[in-house]
Design a protein around this ligand. Structure first.
Ligand code: FES
Length: 169
């Protein structure tokens, strides 16, 4: 009987171990950063391998920066002028701090929204407020696009245009 129990115990342990490994692998894939280079206050990120609807968080000048390749089936966000066109795909690039009191919202891919745990504020995948109290959309940092590369910290023509269109305060 004790041999049988041993066998079941070991089998159960092996399954639990495999489950934990699987969870770790999934977490690593989600948190794998894109190839990036930091130099002189600029951060250069190649978004070529970014996956649709999977949030990437980079650090730039001590702030989290959200980079999200917006899902094509998210029609509402996809047509928003705040999104950045990189090589034919639409990206949200925004400072990952809630505009209410500065918490870091989490992204929920299943409903294409950012939810802030501090006071319940919500943003859509284009960074627009969908539920108060945040008073304004997620802030777009200075950026420049060059091929599939995003340069944070430099004001390129796309950033200047968003500014001229009033999308950036
Ligand atoms: Fe996000 Fe208050 S800090 S809702």
């Amino acid at each position: 009987m004790s041999e049988r129990r041993d066998f079941f115990g070991k089998t159960l342990g092996a399954f639990a171990g495999l489950g934990a490994l699987g969870a770790l692998y999934a977490a690593k894939r989600t948190w794998d950063p894109l190839p990036s280079v930091k130099a002189g206050g600029f951060t250069t990120i190649d978004v070529k391998s970014a996956q649709e609807n999977v949030l990437i968080t980079e650090m730039w000048r001590g702030k989290p920066i959200f980079i999200l390749k917006v899902a094509k089936d998210d029609k509402k966000a996809h047509s928003n002028k705040r999104l950045i066109d990189i090589n034919g795909d639409k990206f949200l690039v925004a400072i990952g701090l809630c505009t209410h009191l500065g918490c870091i919202p989490a992204y929920f891919g299943e409903d294409h929204s950012f939810k802030c745990a501090c006071h319940g504020g919500e943003f859509d995948a284009a960074g627009e407020v969908t539920k108060s109290p945040p008073p304004s959309p997620l802030v777009i940092p200075p950026f420049k696009v060059s091929g599939t590369t995003l340069v944070l910290g430099e004001e390129g023509p796309e950033y200047q245009k968003l500014k001229a269109d009033g999308e950036i305060a």
